[in-house]
Design a protein around this ligand. Structure first.
Ligand code: 2AL
Length: 248
């Protein structure tokens, strides 16, 4: 099976980091392809960034469909474009926030999200609500490190401190990492913090792998059916959709 881990920001190093986290957990025979969006923001840490990341993500889903890919991971914690991506794909599309929160809900009664900048916390809260995870989400904490500075060797101790503080303040039982760029710190943080630490990239990749292994595909009935064909203009002219028949 082929799973594409799509990084909706345009930073190749982040794609490689996420693809490595995915490859570390998949079964033999599952091929993970890391894909960097060809257009959009270098990192996603505002609603503006998130909105402008969606066309590039959807272009990659369309390309994946043409290439016969089995399923996709949206490798950004805002789960940008998740519903739209599902409309385009035949296989499962899983966001790292939904997968991480759901995995954490199996591990304890409560989790804390540790994210990058505080301004991304509203989106995380909205997603917890959307996924029915508010009951488990005890708090959302920021380490105030911008996405592209997570690579700095000093970042790991700041994030570990934020995780310990979150567990203490929220009295929570696990941690959900709030950025794909934290995936490589999961083992280190688990050792440092002493509670399960969930990386959404690994969780989402294995969710896709499980669904495809079970022979389950996206439902084409109702809301996630292929979008109606219509003209798109201006910069989005390339997103013109042909008839659904032609795309099957
Ligand atoms: C993210 C993420 O996962 N990728 C990105 O560019 N921004 N999340 C975040 N909380 O900043």
């Amino acid at each position: 099976m082929r799973i594409r881990v799509i990084n909706p920001n345009t930073t190749v190093a982040m794609t490689e980091l996420a693809a490595a986290a995915a490859r570390a957990v998949v079964a033999p025979g599952t091929i993970v392809e890391g894909i960097t969006s060809a257009m959009g923001p270098a990192s996603i840490e505002s609603h503006y960034d998130e909105a402008l990341s969606v066309p590039g993500l959807l272009a990659e889903i369309a390309r994946g469909e043409a290439d016969g890919v089995d399923g996709y991971v949206i490798s950004c914690f805002g789960d940008p474009g998740l519903d739209a991506a599902r409309e385009l794909a035949r296989g499962p599309v899983i966001g790292i926030a939904e997968a991480a929160m759901q995995a954490a809900s199996h591990l304890g009664r409560s989790f804390s999200v540790v994210t990058t900048l505080a301004r991304t916390g509203g989106r995380a809260a909205e997603l917890a609500e959307r996924y029915g995870m508010e009951r488990f989400c005890a708090g959302i904490h920021a380490c105030e490190i911008p996405v592209l500075e997570l690579e700095d060797p000093k970042a790991r101790t700041v994030i570990a401190d934020a995780c310990r503080e979150a567990v203490h303040t929220d009295n929570s039982e696990s941690i959900v990492l709030g950025c794909a760029g934290m995936a490589d710190l999961c083992e280190y943080l688990t050792r440092e913090v002493g509670v399960p630490v969930v990386d959404g990239v690994a969780a989402a990749t294995l969710t896709v792998q499980s669904l495809v292994t079970m022979g389950l595909r996206k439902s084409g009935r109702g809301e996630y059916a292929a979008p109606l064909p219509k003209q798109y203009t201006g910069l989005l002219a390339g997103f013109f959709l042909e008839s659904q028949e032609a795309r099957k």
